[in-house]
Design a protein around this ligand. Structure first.
Ligand code: C2E
Ligand code: CA
Ligand code: CA
Ligand code: CA
Length: 284
C-alpha cells in the first residue's frame, strides 16, 4: 500500500524480499570482486575547445559481475563505501589508471593527463597522498599527468586538513579538479583557499542549456556562463561534462569554456579503443 502513515507498518512484500536478497547477494560478491579481478576501467576523453585535441582522459570504473553483468559505479560505489571497501577499490583504480596512462605515453602518443575520481569517504578515511605516491612510483607516470576529481563535499568538511592534503598533492605535482561543480554547496572563500586547477560544470547544468533540444537564452545559459566566469576569475580552467550536442559545444566555446567531455566526443571506451582519439581534431 502507498501513502503509509507515520505509524503504519510496512508489509514485507515478495518484491522487497527479492530486492533485499539481491542487495545481499551483491554485497557478498562485492567483497570478493577485487580479488577475482572483476573491476575494469573505461576511459572518456576530454577535448580542448580551442585546439580540438584530446586534452585529458577520465578513468571510470566498471564492475563485471559474472551473473549480473556490468554493474554501474553509481550502484556499487555507495555500497563499497558502506562496506569499508572503497579504500581498496580506490587504490586499485588509481594504480590501474596510472599504468594505463603510462602505457599510452610509452606508445609515443601525445601525452595526456589521466583523471581519477576520488570519493569523499575515500578522501577522508584513506591516506590519499601515500596511495597516489605508490601508484605513481609503481607505474612510472610523472605526477603532473595525474589529476584527481573531487566533489564539493570533500572541500566542505574539515577545511584546514583538506587544504593541507591538497597542498601536499599539489607539491607532488598532481592536479586537482572539482567534480559536479554547482551541485554541492562550496563557499567561494573555501574555493579560493584550495589549491585546485579546474571546475567541472555538472552535467545537469549542461543538460539544462537545452530547451526542446536547442540551446536557448535563459536561466540554464546564465548558470553555465556564470560558472565559467567564476572559474576564470579564480584562475581555474572550466570543463563541461555531459556535452551531447554540437550546439552545446558551440555555446560553451563562445563562452570561453576550456574543455568539454561527453557523448558528443566519445562514450567511455576501453584503453585500447581510446588510442583512436589521439592526435586528431575531435570537434564536429
Ligand atoms: P562522474 O565522475 O560525474 O562521471 C561522469 C558520468 O557521466 C559517467 O558515468 C559517464 O559515463 C557519464 N557521461 C559521460 N558523458 C556523458 C554524456 O554526454 N551524457 C550523459 N548522460 N552521461 C555522460 P559513470 O561512468 O556511470 O559514473 C558515474 C559516477 O560514478 C561518476 O560520475 C563518479 O562519481 C562515480 N565513479 C566512476 N568511476 C569511479 C571511480 O573509479 N571511483 C569513484 N570513487 N567513483 C567513480
Ligand atoms: Ca568525474
Ligand atoms: Ca562529474
Ligand atoms: Ca556525477
Amino acid at each position: 500500500a502507498k501513502d503509509l502513515g507515520r505509524n503504519a507498518y510496512q508489509l514485507y512484500t515478495p518484491s522487497m524480499n527479492a530486492r533485499s536478497f539481491e542487495r545481499l547477494a551483491m554485497e557478498s560478491s562485492l567483497r570478493h570482486a577485487l580479488a577475482r579481478g572483476e573491476f575494469t576501467l573505461v576511459y572518456q576523453g576530454k577535448v580542448d575547445l580551442v585546439s580540438g585535441r584530446l586534452s585529458g582522459v577520465e578513468a571510470l570504473v566498471r564492475w563485471r559481475h559474472p551473473e549480473m553483468g556490468l554493474v554501474s559505479p553509481a550502484e556499487f560505489i555507495p555500497l563499497a563505501e558502506n562496506m569499508g571497501l572503497i579504500g581498496d577499490i580506490g587504490a586499485w583504480v588509481l594504480k590501474a589508471a596510472c599504468r594505463q596512462c603510462k602505457s599510452w605515453h610509452d606508445l609515443g602518443l601525445p601525452p595526456v593527463r589521466i583523471a581519477v575520481n576520488v570519493s569523499a569517504l575515500q578522501f577522508r578515511e584513506g591516506d590519499v597522498p601515500a596511495i597516489v605516491a605508490e601508484a605513481l612510483r609503481e607505474s612510472g607516470l610523472p605526477p603532473n599527468y595525474l589529476e584527481l576529481e573531487l566533489t564539493e563535499s570533500v572541500l566542505m568538511q574539515r577545511v584546514d586538513e583538506v587544504a593541507h592534503v591538497l597542498r601536499e598533492l599539489r607539491q607532488m605535482g598532481v592536479h586537482i579538479s572539482i567534480d559536479d561543480f554547482g551541485t554541492g554547496y562550496s563557499s567561494l572563500s573555501y574555493l579560493k583557499r584550495m589549491p585546485i586547477d579546474a571546475l567541472k560544470i555538472d552535467r545537469s547544468f549542461v543538460h539544462d542549456l537545452l530547451e526542446d533540444g536547442h540551446v536557448a537564452d535563459g536561466e540554464g545559459a546564465e548558470i553555465v556562463s556564470t560558472i565559467i566566469n567564476l572559474a576564470h576569475n579564480l584562475r581555474l580552467r572550466a570543463v563541461a561534462e555531459g556535452v551531447e550536442t554540437e550546439e552545446q559545444a558551440d555555446f560553451l566555446r563562445a563562452k570561453g569554456c576550456d574543455e568539454i567531455q561527453g557523448y558528443l566526443i566519445s562514450r567511455p571506451v576501453s584503453g585500447e579503443d581510446l588510442v583512436s582519439l589521439f592526435d586528431r581534431n575531435l570537434l564536429p
